[in-house]
Design a protein around this ligand. Structure first.
Ligand code: FO1
Length: 310
């Protein structure tokens, strides 16, 4: 059973984690957002790739959701003492990865190749692909000005309402090696319950990826990131309000217009099922809160139930 999953950071990682409790990890290709990548102290940081890598390799800090477990912060404390900027915190263990990746990128190794090398080194059992090796950056337009994604998200605590999300570089970006092949070979393509605007949006902003998903529409299922119209974590609900005009499953469906066959929504949003169906998408109502083992199992069963029998 071959699956391809479009994923952001924490929500994406938890969803894939749930899938591989049932499916062989080697059969799940993860296509990850790189729109929130940034340079910190001259190092290339890929937060969503790293959240996926750490979580799925069992190295992640479960409570924080990002970074390494049992982290220490000596480098950050030194930077602070020396007057450097520490708004984007890099732990000592995490820093090691950024050093290796940045050195490789400067040597000309593509992001996908260095990611595969690091994934092998930490024993990750599944293919983890950045959506693109090219530079693609999410920028957030707000009444207070335009910001790089992490500046808005972390430094400003995503407090500014969002007028527009811009995917800089997307029109020139090509899919990373393996991405189109994975989308083509998958029996089912799943869009994780990640933020459609800043986690999935940058992946689908790569024209050839969007076209490949569109071609496979009959085999694409998205999981809504909202439960009872609220985000489990992060600014998704506020973004739905300002960018899509509401927080119903109808608005989630609109984010994936022309791309999906089915939308999985939580029981708390069952009343929205009609709005989804009216848009020509099959609503599948189940429990979706992945921190609850029963709901996690129900979600995976619902998603995998869409894999055609052979
Ligand atoms: N999130 C924060 O809220 N504050 C941080 O200082 C921070 C540092 C950080 C370092 C490495 C990394 O891989 C992720 C980090 N994150 C941090 C999380 C990250 O900003 C977001 O969770 C994602 O970019 C959104 O998907």
């Amino acid at each position: 059973m071959k699956l391809a999953v479009l994923a952001g950071g924490v929500g994406g990682a938890r969803f894939v984690q749930a899938l591989i409790e049932v499916v062989h990890p080697g059969d799940v290709t993860v296509i990850a957002n790189v729109g929130d990548d940034l340079e910190v102290h001259g190092l290339h940081v890929s937060p969503d790739l790293d959240t996926l890598l750490y979580t799925l390799a069992g190295l992640g800090d479960e409570e924080r959701g990002w970074g390494r477990a049992s982290e220490t912060w000596n480098a950050r404390d030194t930077i602070e003492r020396l007057g450097g900027e520490t708004w984007f915190q890099l732990g000592d263990r995490d820093l090691g990865l950024h050093l290796v990746r940045t050195e490789a990128l400067r040597r000309g190794e593509p992001l996908s190749a260095v990611t595969a090398r690091i994934a092998r080194a930490v024993g990750l059992g599944l293919p983890l692909l950045p959506a693109t090796d090219d530079r693609l950056r999410t920028r957030i337009r707000t009444p207070a000005g335009e910001f790089e994604f992490q500046e808005w998200f972390v430094a400003r605590g995503h407090r500014d309402p969002v007028d527009r999300v811009v995917y800089e570089g997307a029109s020139e970006a090509r899919p990373a090696p393996g991405v189109l092949e994975a989308l083509e070979a998958a029996e089912l393509i799943a869009i994780a319950p990640s933020n459609p605007f800043v986690s999935i949006g940058p992946i689908l902003a790569v024209d050839e990826i969007r076209a490949a998903v569109e071609r496979r529409r009959e085999s694409v299922v998205a999981v809504s990131p909202l439960i009872g119209g609220r985000a489990v974590k992060g600014p998704a609900d506020a973004m739905f309000q300002s960018l899509a005009g509401g927080t119903g499953a109808g608005q989630v469906t609109d984010c994936y217009k022309g791309l999906i066959d089915a939308l999985v929504l939580d029981e708390a949003d069952a009343d929205d099922a009609r709005e989804v169906a009216e848009r020509g998408v099959r609503p599948l109502v189940t429990r979706t809160l992945m921190s609850e083992p029963d709901a996690r199992a129900a979600l995976v069963e619902t998603v995998l139930g869409l894999v055609p029998a052979r």
